[in-house]
Write a protein that binds this ligand. Sequence first.
Ligand code: AMP
Length: 285
Amino acid sequence: MSETSSPLLLSTGAEIRAAILAARSNGETIGLVPTMGALHAGHVSLVRTAKAECDRVVATVFVNPTQFGPQEDFNRYPRDLERDRALLAEAGCDWVFAPSTDEMYPLGSDTMVHVGAAAAEWEGRIRPTHFAGVATVVLKLFNLAPANRAYFGRKDYQQTVVVRQMVSDLNVPIDIVICPTVREPDGLAMSSRNAYLSPTERQHATALRRSLLAAEELVAIGESDVEVIRARMESVLVDVDHVQYIAFLRDGAMESVDRIAGPTVIALAAKVGATRLIDNTLVGD
Ligand code: AMP
């Protein structure tokens, strides 16, 4: 399929599964990019990486209700399938799987993936049902679209840990590939939720990235005490309304560290106005 033709739009599990199994039986490798739509350059970079590494790429566009809490933004989450499809066409995507909620969760659906310690803290504490919803929909997508590799963004660091753990624990035959965070020119991590920010909030939102850069600078000059780094980050985060957490985690895991003594992810969540934003960086590598 050429880069300009529109990807085939499929809405049932039976259709996407048949398309993928047919391609695999021809010896083609398949890359899967799960998304909730409202696509931006971060999503597009996942599709481009998948396209560079696999013969065929399927992107899924599904706003998954089970990963939203009752007070969260499921209803107002941005949706624009035609725009998404055009962006995916440009990125060389072969299939778009955009199921309805009923297709994914037919009446009577009653089983969820139980997530463990990897999902308990940080995002998991603030959003207690979130990762069970993520793990469930991701496993369902892996079953419906049995790809060789699935591509996720490092921006959602805890999600990458939870998904890797689930794939390992449940023996899912798929390789997980983690891709770098794509940013706006001023450093703000791209997110579909950035659309919620007012112009003033949009400016304040750059504090997340600035605080991570300040942390990187401290580590670069030899600081290893996470409390010193946290204090410096908090001083940069004065512009945001509420810092929900700053976590120092052993890279690849959700285990907290109190010194930077090896590859360490610094992850943070903050509210800017009513909008929750997350970001992270890798230090000590
Ligand atoms: P979402 O549509 O927000 O559920 O995200 C779908 C996938 O895109 C997830 O694997 C995200 O981690 C990834 N993603 C979201 N934002 C970015 C970004 N700025 N850079 C790279 N990947 C991203």
